[in-house]
Design a protein around this ligand. Structure first.
Ligand SMILES: Cc1cc2nc3c(=O)[nH]c(=O)nc-3n(C[C@H](O)[C@H](O)[C@H](O)COP(=O)(O)OP(=O)(O)OC[C@H]3O[C@@H](n4cnc5c(N)ncnc54)[C@H](O)[C@@H]3O)c2cc1C
Length: 509
């Protein structure tokens, strides 16, 4: 069932098991049960530290990964292949004694939880946002005996997913009630549970260069700054930024192919080689200037720095039409890789005729019944090769020169209303899902008037990354850079950093 290369890699990983692991399984005779039995037998045959036993579970087929004589509460319902294979391997290794790659502070917070928490995460095996959530909750379950976590493959337990009206993954339930939708970091989970981040950030005096944002631009800026031997900090909600939403990256020169998750892990490892203070899971609220820059976090803590590099990136752009907010995760989606499988055999729409919209429509046409692509302009903006492919598909209709007016439904999305811009006539199409692919918005609202921004909110920088405020530099997708790409963000992060260093020398602050 597993191909030779994966088996070879897995055998190497399984040598890392320090303790015996017991997999308990309950399966029937249906197709998925047989698949799960085959999968687990193959895994068990690869290490004498793994034994298989019968178990009892609420869903069939399911299995749990345990220590001898001690259940961990880590359960997989379905077969964790696709993107969840990594979650399975990590759970196996962590139960088998390999410590999870998280900070001690987080481990302490997880262990301090003193209430019964039973999490269930609904996933699709093609969702690249799901493994992070599954892996976070598995870690919690392994570290704390009061916590359990079940991963449920929505494609196998379709009726349960339909009954719960889940239209986006990952969707997490806690003790039977909705807990979260979409990707959620371990820090956010703990915050939602009220196991709060320590308010105290240990900072020893002001920074020379403080970077805000931990995407490609911010990480590059921090590393360049640290190589100059100055005092550097980086503060970000998460390390990785948009690449955490990217399945496959093939245009970082020198790396033929890498997943976004792995590139983000590399970012963090690379920063740890330098003297950089990494402050994660915090958002900056505002910057004020007196002798130094005062950077206030959302929790009220204030950091000080002689110079600042803003690299807060961008997020998906909304349509801003009635119904969009109401039906988010109930038919309104942004990530085709993640949520596409939830719309299998359904009629859907894609809004946006650029490369990402057309790519999404081509991708979704493979599983959905019918895809309507809507573009505001009279022509699609996507590359010709993508357009050719799109027009060759029998189950796709393209509507150009149209404006989405409203998204309608009762509990879930049911209709999209658009206006034909030439005739001004209003039309309605019946759909169960819409993927919005109309570009990005810079994460700069929090800056107010502090630095000069353009009409769309991007920070205006010169060719040295300098903003309108001396000592404040900016880089990456939050700026008026004409192209938004990883390598471009990394380059502009380096430029901003070298400029900040030059500023420090010249001003001798
Ligand atoms: C689905 C998808 C696929 C893509 N594929 C590719 C590809 O294959 N190749 C390629 O070159 N590019 C790709 N891109 C574009 C690329 O990811 C971006 O150009 C790049 O990530 C921008 O880097 P950045 O550092 O400027 O910003 P971001 O990656 O957006 O990072 C900004 C960071 O700042 C943090 N932040 C924001 N506000 C605050 C605040 N107030 N306080 C603290 N932290 C904050 C965010 O949490 C985030 O971590 C893709 C983008 C997407 C969405």
């Amino acid at each position: 069932m597993l191909d030779a290369k994966i088996k070879q890699q897995l055998s190497e990983y399984l040598t890392l098991l320090q303790n015996p692991v017991v997999i308990k399984q309950q399966a029937g005779n249906d197709e998925n049960s047989l698949l799960q039995k085959e999968f687990l037998s193959e895994i068990a045959s690869m290490s004498d530290k793994i034994t298989l036993e019968e178990g009892t579970f609420a869903r069939i087929p399911s299995f749990s990964i345990n220590l001898v004589g001690e259940d961990t509460g880590v359960i997989f319902s379905g077969v964790p292949l696709g993107h969840e294979f990594t979650s399975f391997v990590l759970a196996l290794l962590q139960v088998g004694g390999r410590p999870p790659r998280i900070e001690q502070e987080l481990i302490n917070r997880i262990k301090s939880i003193n209430q019964e928490l039973h999490f269930t995460t609904y996933v699709s095996l093609t969702c690249n946002n799901c493994p992070e959530v599954v892996q976070n909750l598995n870690i919690m379950s392994i570290l704390n005996p009061k916590i359990t976590h079940t991963m449920v493959d929505g494609a196998v337990f379709r009726s349960e997913v339909e009954e719960k009206e889940i239209l986006a993954v990952p969707t997490v339930y806690l003790n039977g009630t909705f807990f979260s939708g979409g990707k959620v970091s371990l820090e956010k989970i703990l915050e939602k549970l009220g196991v709060n981040v320590s308010f105290d950030i240990q900072v020893d005096g002001p920074f020379d260069i403080l970077v805000i944002g931990g995407g490609p631009a911010g990480v590059s800026a921090a590393i360049y700054a640290a190589r100059k031997g100055v005092k550097v900090g980086i503060i970000s909600e998460k390390i990785g930024g948009q690449i955490l939403d990217t399945l496959n990256i093939e245009n970082v020169i020198g790396i033929k192919q890498i997943t976004g998750q792995n590139l983000a892990l590399n970012f963090e490892e690379h920063m740890k080689d330098y003297n950089i203070q990494i402050i994660k899971s915090h958002r900056v609220k505002q910057i004020k200037k007196d002798d130094l820059f005062n950077i206030e976090l959302e929790n009220g803590f204030v950091l000080q720095s002689k110079t600042v590099i803003i690299a807060t990136g961008a997020r998906w752009r909304n349509l801003n039409v009635p119904g969009e907010e109401q039906f988010k995760n109930k038919g309104v989606a942004f990530c085709p890789h993640c949520d596409g499988p939830m719309f299998k055999n359904k009629d859907i729409a894609v809004v946006g005729g650029g490369n990402s919209g057309v790519e999404a429509a081509i991708d979704l046409a493979g599983t959905s019944s019918f895809v309507t692509l809507l573009e505001f302009m009279p022509e699609l903006k996507a590359d010709k090769v993508l357009q050719d492919k799109l027009y060759s598909l029998p189950n796709v209709k393209v509507l150009k020169n149209v404006q989405v007016k409203e998204l309608k439904g009762s509990k879930n999305l049911e209709q999209l209303v658009y206006i034909d811009r030439q005739t001004q006539q209003e039309h309605t199409i019946d759909i169960q899902g819409v993927f919005i692919q109309i570009g990005l918005m810079p994460n700069t609202d929090w800056l107010g008037d502090f630095v000069e921004r353009n009409r769309v909110g991007e920070i205006i920088v010169d060719n040295k990354g300098a903003t309108s405020v001396p000592g404040v530099f900016a880089a990456g997708d939050c700026t008026n850079s004409p192209y938004k790409q990883i390598i471009i963000s990394m380059g502009s992060g380096a430029i901003a950093s070298l400029s900040a260093f030059e500023y420090l020398i010249k001003t001798k602050t």
